[in-house]
Write a protein that binds this ligand. Structure first.
Ligand code: HEM
Length: 364
């Protein structure tokens, strides 16, 4: 009987030992990981106690961002041996900073300036009523080229602006999912249509270069603000293309900004050629800035080509303009058309509804 009692006691001791042992292992397993947090909290508390004390992890990341080169098995042109490339962070700050926050205001100011001009100055109406006589201005091929390039420009401008400012402007309107779908469509259209636009742009430069060479009379036009900025006693002289169109639309727009946008766009479109990351980052900033200045110029061009100077749009839609429009806005060109027998002699001054032309600038 006593032996049986001893066996029962021993079994109960073994069971208790096993239970406590398991409980100890369980508690230790659950609580040990928290020791790391306690240690970490102690370090944070100690480091924030004195402001002068440097966070050791800051030094670590400072060293990583130092741009030092190490060894990697991966090889390629994109600084693969540098752990963190500082230029990327600088690019992000410039792109999301001044480029994305200042440039929208440039566009807004241009739109406001055009609106203010239209309200205060009004459209540049002809001084004479059109008689129905027209003269040819742009051939069908020239018009097709113009609209091919213009439509592509507008699609590229809308998709490009969506990619640059979309996060700030479109997400509040169409939501995250809507913006995500629109952004992927935009990037696809922008990347693929860019080279097609470049073809149109180069053809426009080649075809219209001959009309856009600057001459002496262009300075007289500029000194008179083209007759668009303030009322002038004399009609500023212009040949087929006036000095404003030559400088802003052709030279500054197509030639200078177009070249910058095209070169930087091609660099970003074809990254596998082997450009360095820095080249891609600089290209991205130049592309955005040049494109927005170009869009601002084109807004002015669209205004003057439509409501700003009535009678101009039909030059690019029907291919001709009224004789009165040609005489008033491009007097030297009209004279040449008359000399070549393409335009009729001028209507006699003072006929009903056909007032006299404004006097020309002497010596032109
Ligand atoms: C909706 C957009 C546009 C409209 C309504 C428009 C309208 C016009 C009109 C009416 C003309 C004829 C002007 C004249 O005969 O004196 C013209 C000419 C011209 N446009 Fe546009 N345009 C637009 C977009 C563009 C774009 C995006 C570009 C360039 C990327 C452009 C470049 C030109 C050029 C180069 C000329 C010929 C003038 C010159 O040689 O300087 N246009 N445009």
């Amino acid at each position: 009987m006593a032996k049986q009692n001893d066996r029962v006691r021993a079994r109960s001791i073994r069971r208790r030992c096993l239970g406590w042992g398991l409980a100890t292992v369980l508690v230790a397993a659950l609580s040990l990981p928290f020791i790391a947090y306690v240690g970490d909290a102690t370090v944070v508390a100690a480091s924030s106690a004195t402001e002068e004390q440097t966070n050791p992890r800051a030094n670590y990341w400072r060293a990583v961002r130092g741009g030092g080169e190490g060894y990697t098995a991966a090889s390629g042109p994109y600084t693969t041996n540098t752990l963190i490339q500082n230029g990327g962070q600088n690019w992000r700050q410039i792109r999301n900073g001044p480029v994305a926050s200042v440039l929208p205001w440039v566009l807004a100011l241009v739109i406001l300036a055009i609106g203010a001009y239209h309200i205060l100055h009004g459209p540049n109406e002809l001084t004479r009523r059109p008689t129905g006589r027209v003269v040819p201005r742009w051939t069908l091929a020239e018009r097709v080229l113009h609209w091919y390039t213009a439509v592509l420009f507008i699609v590229l401008a809308i998709t490009g602006l969506s990619l640059l400012f979309g996060r700030a402007v479109l997400i509040p309107v169409i939501g995250l999912n809507g913006f995500s779908a629109w952004a992927s469509l935009s990037i696809g259209l922008h990347n693929y249509l860019g080279p097609f636009f470049l073809v149109g742009m180069l053809l426009e430069i080649v075809v219209w270069l001959k009309y856009n060479i600057l001459h002496d009379y262009d300075w007289t036009w500029l000194k008179n603000g083209g007759g668009y900025l303030w009322r002038t006693a004399h009609h500023p002289p212009a040949h087929r293309i006036n000095a404003g169109e030559k400088i802003l639309t052709f030279w500054m727009g197509l030639v200078v900004l177009g070249t910058l946008v095209a070169i930087t766009g091609l660099i970003m479109d074809f990254p596998n050629v082997g450009w360095s990351r820095q080249t891609m980052q600089i290209s991205n900033v130049i592309h955005g800035v040049a494109a927005i200045i170009w869009i601002a110029l084109i807004l002015g061009h669209i205004y003057l080509g439509t409501v700003g100077v009535p009678g101009t749009l039909q030059a690019m839609t029907q291919g001709n303009v009224t004789a009165e429009w040609a005489q008033e806005h491009h007097d030297l060109w009209y004279e040449e058309l008359r000399r070549r027998g393409i335009a009729e002699e001028d209507m006699p001054a003072g006929e009903p509804g056909r007032g006299p032309t404004r006097p020309r600038v002497p010596g032109t």
